[in-house]
Design a protein around this ligand. Sequence first.
Ligand SMILES: [Zn+2]
Length: 154
Amino acid sequence: MNRKTEKAFILDDKGNILFEKGGTSKSVQFNLKESRYFVDNIFIHNHPGASSFSLDDINIMVRYRMKEIRAVGVDYQGNVQRYIIKPRTPGVYPKGENIRKDYKVAFRSAYSRWEKIYKSGKVKWEEAVINIGNELWTEVAKKNKELIYISEVI
Ligand SMILES: [Zn+2]
């Protein structure tokens, strides 16, 4: 879990690993054949730095109609952060364009807020990044009721 690069797993309902793949420090790339494993399954990957989801993560979930997506990482304090996003009703997703639109607005607002707090010296940048991600996905899920967003320390 405490890796410098990303690694992704696709699991079925029963927790069996169907597929796994490594990537760079920022992402894991999949080809078309591999993406067939996505549909109706659970996608788990680590985030070096323990930040929340990228917009790409959620785009992939919606596009391939995944059951759930999780990101796990060890933060600057050594805590294991886990993020989960999934449809409230299986198979029912918001429109990708709505998510992208709400993401952009929420990102700008959370970023400028935490940038100010960071510049005042109250938080480390690593902490600000985690808070930006959490705030923005909480906001996106509030506007897109089809989504459930969970952030927890495990
Ligand atoms: Zn990710």
